[in-house]
Design a protein around this ligand. Structure first.
Ligand SMILES: [Zn+2]
Ligand SMILES: [Zn+2]
Length: 186
C-alpha cells in the first residue's frame, strides 16, 4: 500500500499518543498536564490548534483510549466500527492541500478543530486506510507479556511481534539468536 508523507506522520503520532497511556494504575501518565500536551503537539507538528487547556488535555486522553482500542481490535470489522465512530465525532472536512512543498494530499481535520478533533480526524483516517487496504492486522500491540505498546508493523511479511522499545526489541533478538543456536546445535 502507498503510505504518503502525511499518513506516515499521522501513524507516528497516533502510536506515540497511544503509548503515552500509563501501562497500569501505578504507572505515570505520559501526558500528565497541559505542558506535556503542548510539547507533544510541538514535537508532532500538529498545526493550528491554538493555546491548549485542561479541556484539550482530557479530550486528548479520551481519544487516546479509543485509539488504543483500535490497535487492540481483533478484526477489521471491529476496527472499522471504532474508526467510524471516532472520525464521525471529529467532524471531518476533507480538503486537498500541497502545503510545504508536499504533493497533493488530503487533510481531514476541520479548520479551527481542537487538538483532539484534529488527531481523531487525521490519525483516524490514516488508520482507516489500513482497513481499506486489507492491512488492519498491521496495527498491533506488542506481544511481550509485560508490554502492551502500540506499533504499526510495516515489515514486508507482517511478522513483527514486538514494539521497538529497547527491551522488547532486544527480547526479540535474543529469542531469534537462541532459536538459531538451538537449530545449529540441536
Ligand atoms: Zn499535510
Ligand atoms: Zn514492547
Amino acid at each position: 500500500m502507498l503510505i504518503t508523507h502525511d499518513t506516515r506522520c499521522a501513524l507516528e503520532t497516533v502510536v506515540d499518543l497511544v503509548n503515552t497511556a500509563p501501562e497500569d494504575d501505578t504507572a505515570p501518565d505520559g501526558l500528565p498536564g497541559v505542558a506535556a500536551l503542548t510539547e507533544f503537539v510541538r514535537t508532532h507538528k500538529i498545526s493550528d490548534v491554538g493555546t491548549l487547556s485542561d479541556f484539550d488535555l482530557s479530550a486528548v486522553r479520551r481519544i487516546r483510549g479509543r485509539f488504543a482500542g483500535i490497535f487492540a481490535a481483533p478484526d477489521a470489522r471491529t476496527a472499522a466500527g471504532m474508526i467510524n465512530e471516532l472520525v464521525a465525532a471529529a467532524g471531518t472536512t476533507p480538503r486537498l492541500t500541497d502545503h510545504d512543498g508536499y504533493d497533493w494530499h488530503v487533510h481531514y481535520f476541520a479548520p479551527g478543530a481542537s487538538v483532539a478533533d484534529h488527531l481523531a480526524a487525521d490519525c483516524g483516517m490514516a488508520l482507516a486506510f489500513f482497513v481499506v487496504a486489507g492491512e488492519q492486522e498491521r496495527l498491533r500491540r506488542c506481544e511481550a507479556p509485560d508490554c502492551r505498546r502500540a506499533f504499526v508493523d510495516l515489515s514486508r511479511n507482517r511478522s513483527r511481534r514486538y514494539c521497538d522499545s529497547r527491551t522488547c526489541g532486544n527480547r526479540l533478538h535474543v529469542a531469534a539468536y537462541r532459536a538459531r543456536r538451538k537449530e545449529a546445535t540441536g
